[in-house]
Design a protein around this ligand. Structure first.
Ligand SMILES: [Zn+2]
Length: 248
């Protein structure tokens, strides 16, 4: 007889000409042999630690339960396939970046850029936390990129602002307060960079002209000659950007 502690951690068995790998999990609490399919769609046999048991007995048990095993493995594999198909895209600076959602043992969800994609790590079974993590990613990067572009363009235009505020306005892309606080909608970061820069130049131009007079538009045109094209772009795709950033 083999002591339970000497059993291998992993083995495989032929069931209806299909080789099925299984893990052997030793449990102090289990009283009988038990079957379990884990979150990676793999089969586990739970073995009571106290009983003496051989690999032959485990195999006999697996063959007795072959219907249950095949049915439940198929179900689990189907769920895993669907989850991997749920990969979607993030709109970022006008590009579609693939999103890959990965379950991990961490407690909080977090989105992090990787080569050619955005990886969203979520706690096991908490797909609902992915959207919030993506929004945090958007806001953080919107703040960094918009601040950088605002400083660069302010320098060119010879104006100065008090600070940048990143907000969640439903209708506005940007605004400029009398106290020289420039506010921008974080959703803007989904648009191409040229469009983002146009909105920044527009708000910076308000530091010179607090209206939409001819003089104001002349300033905008000086620093952003194609501004009409970007205005059209926002009219055409603005709603799409809002929808895509709200439901990613
Ligand atoms: Zn304006």
């Amino acid at each position: 007889m083999v002591a339970v502690k000497d059993l291998p951690e992993k083995s495989s068995i032929l069931i209806d000409s299909r080789e099925i790998q299984y893990f052997i999990r030793k449990s102090k609490r289990a009283k009988h042999l038990l079957l379990h399919i884990n979150c990676n769609a793999a089969l586990e046999v739970v073995v009571p630690f106290r009983r003496k048991i051989t690999l032959k007995e485990i195999e006999k048990f697996l063959l007795e339960k072959k219907r249950w095993i095949l049915r439940n493995l198929q179900k689990a594999e189907e769920i895993a396939r669907k989850a991997s198909r749920r990969r979607n895209f993030l709109l970022f600076l006008g590009r579609e970046v693939p999103i890959e959602v990965i379950e991990s043992r961490r407690k909080r969800a977090a989105a992090m850029p990787s080569i050619g994609k955005l990886i969203v790590k979520i706690p096991i079974g908490r797909k609902d936390l992915a959207a919030k993590a993506i929004q945090r990613f958007y806001k953080k990067h919107a703040s960094k990129i918009i601040t950088h572009l605002a400083r660069k363009n302010a320098c060119k235009m010879n104006v100065s602002f008090f600070r940048i505020s990143i907000r969640s306005q439903k209708t506005l892309w940007g605004s400029c307060s009398p106290r020289k606080v420039l506010s921008f909608n974080w959703r803007l970061i989904a648009a191409p960079q040229a469009v983002v820069e146009y909105i920044i130049v527009h708000e910076l131009a308000h530091l010179k002209h607090r209206n939409h007079s001819k003089a104001f538009w002349r300033t905008v045109q000086k620093y952003c000659p194609d501004y009409r094209k970007y205005e059209r772009w926002l009219r055409k795709y603005g709603d799409l950007i809002k929808a895509r950033t709200d439901n990613c």
